[in-house]
Design a protein around this ligand. Structure first.
Ligand SMILES: CC(C)(COP(=O)(O)OP(=O)(O)OC[C@H]1O[C@@H](n2cnc3c(N)ncnc32)[C@H](O)[C@@H]1OP(=O)(O)O)[C@@H](O)C(=O)NCCC(=O)NCCS
Length: 160
């Protein structure tokens, strides 16, 4: 189940972002509760202003929080408009839920954005990110210097 990530998700999002093994390859690493609170508020504004943003991914039956995924602005790359990312709690890694949610999010995104491409920036040391992105249809471009380090640049494009 996908619902726009909001301040109502603070407890669960703060726990997810406090896990160093989950956040090790995410820009800035772990986030404390007040940073998470600010990010959730910024995401609420993004949904309000643009009609897209980051979703909370929850189990459809139990409602349990699984992770987050969706779009945000990507100012670091000149030719790119929006960045896609997914962060899943460790207990659900390698269950296929991330792929299922990501496919739904990317498919839905084409109806929400006007551009023809969605990008992703990933740290080269993240063993999971490249295969994960390839599995949901992203292709790798040349690496670029962004956020102070060399990152892998991936993109997927609108069909037709
Ligand atoms: C990247 C991430 C979302 C993948 O989540 P996941 O639950 O493992 O994803 P899935 O179960 O749907 O697996 C999809 C594919 O990802 C790849 N993958 C996942 N973990 C991997 C690992 N440790 N090493 C290599 N490939 C991996 C595999 O190709 C896998 O398919 P398979 O299980 O059939 O082999 C998760 O590891 C995560 O949240 N990491 C921390 C946050 C992060 O780095 N996000 C960046 C993504 S843009």
């Amino acid at each position: 189940m996908l619902l726009p990530l909001s301040s109502a998700d603070l407890d669960e999002a703060a726990a997810l972002f406090a896990d160093p093994r989950v956040m090790v390859h995410i820009d800035g690493g772990t986030r404390d509760r007040s940073t998470t609170s600010r990010l959730l508020k910024a995401n609420e504004r993004c949904w309000k202003n643009n009609g897209w943003g980051i979703w909370a991914i929850r189990d459809a039956t139990s409602g349990a929080f699984i992770g987050q995924g969706g779009l945000q602005r990507i100012p670091e790359l000149q030719e790119a408009d929006v960045e896609f990312s997914v962060i899943i709690g460790r207990r659900n890694w390698r269950t296929g839920i991330a792929t299922e949610a990501a496919n739904a999010i990317v498919y839905d995104s084409w109806g929400r954005i006007s551009g023809g491409q969605i990008h992703a920036l990933v740290h080269p040391d993240s063993a999971a990110s490249g295969p994960f992105l390839r599995g949901i249809g992203f292709r790798r471009d040349d690496d670029q210097l962004a956020r102070g380090e060399t990152l892998e640049v991936w993109h997927t494009q609108r069909l037709g």
